[in-house]
Design a protein around this ligand. Structure first.
Ligand code: DAH
Length: 340
């Protein structure tokens, strides 16, 4: 019996706890209901009467030893806990860096602001559209290959519900909702099922402008484009129009600006031509006016649409548009816009 007591005493003295779990294990092993000290007390009944006094004393000492050890281990851990909780007020703070506007937002806001100076108000439309607003009301004939020009993400078939492939769909909503004259600029995110590359993405941004009134002419469109190009790219920027085709405009054109990176001399961004394509535009097709309840005998209008990524690439000399979507802080923190 005494030998057992001594062995357990040694075990208690040698015990070192490295975690709370080990302290609990110590309590269970030595002081628990089925622990080794309880077992010793059990066998104490069988100790011979003349030894009871001495053995009893050592047994009680053993129990006290275990209890004291437990208490002191608990106390040490509590101290450590408190030390962790105290705040070191002398530590230098962690700076929170101010965010900056995304380059696409900077460019979008600047374009809108230029159009606002010409009297255009902002309108926005849904990204999820039906066939009517994205195609049919814009004079895309049924089964016409022009619909393939824009690889569409369909959400459902019959009725066709889709992610709008261009902000031109908002023109239709504007014609439905607004009273004439209409002079609106529409920023939006558009979607096309295209392979992602340095020049194309399946999600990108466009800005559309629509002006409908009595007597709006192609000269008004040209003047608007000229003003926009000089305001955005600088006063020496030249503009040229090339004939093109869009189902919703007649005549249609594509607009190039003189390359702002090389000043029109030719560089690898403008592929040596000195010109950069910026947008599609044209006079609103009379069919479109008619489909949207506007009398083409009385009213005429122009429309234009440009890609924000493309304009931002030119403004900042960015060669790969994928970088706009990667949210890399090292890229984004380089952009600051005064006043936007
Ligand atoms: N919606 C055309 C596209 O995404 C761009 C466009 C061309 C818009 C001519 C217009 C326009 O408003 O008149 O390719």
């Amino acid at each position: 019996m005494i030998k057992n007591i001594q062995r357990i005493q040694k075990e208690i003295e040698a015990f070192r706890a490295t975690s709370r779990e080990e302290i609990e294990q110590f309590r269970v092993n030595f002081l628990g209901k089925k622990g080794s000290i309880a077992t010793l007390f059990e066998t104490f009944k069988e100790v011979a009467v003349e030894e009871k006094r001495a053995v009893g004393q050592t047994l009680n000492q053993l129990k006290t030893l275990a209890q004291e050890k437990l208490d002191s281990m608990k106390a040490t851990f509590k101290e450590q806990d408190n030390a962790e909780k105290t705040i070191d007020v002398t530590r230098p703070g962690e700076p929170t860096r101010p965010g900056s506007r995304h380059p696409l937002s900077i460019v979008r806001n600047e374009i809108i602001e230029i159009f606002a100076r010409m009297g255009f108000a902002v309108s926005e439309g849904p990204e999820i559209e039906d066939d009517w607003h994205n195609f049919t009301a814009l004079n895309f004939p049924e089964e016409h290959p022009a619909r393939d020009m824009q690889d569409t993400f369909f959400i459902s078939k019959s009725p066709d519900i889709l992610l709008h492939t261009h902000t031109s769909s908002v023109q239709v909503r504007d014609m439905e909702d607004q009273s004439l004259p209409i002079r609106l600029v529409t920023p939006g995110r558009v979607f096309r099922n295209e392979a992602i590359s340095a020049r194309a993405h399946c999600i990108f941004h466009q800005i559309e402008a629509l002006y409908i009134d009595r007597g709006v002419s192609f000269a008004d469109l040209k003047q608007t484009l000229d003003f926009f190009a000089r305001e955005f790219f600088g006063p020496t920027t030249k503009v040229r129009l090339r004939p093109s085709f869009f189902p919703f405009t007649e005549p249609s054109a594509e607009m190039d600006v003189s390359c702002s990176l090389c000043g029109g001399r030719g560089c690898n961004v403008c592929k040596g031509t000195g010109w950069l394509e910026i947008m599609g535009c044209g006079m609103v097709d009379p069919n479109v006016l008619e489909r949207n309840g506007i009398d083409p005998e009385k009213y005429s209008g122009f429309a234009l649409g440009m890609g924000v990524e493309r304009v931002a690439m030119l403004r900042y000399g960015v060669r790969d548009l994928r970088i706009f979507f990667e949210n890399d802080a090292r890229f984004l923190e380089q952009f600051t816009a005064a006043g936007f």
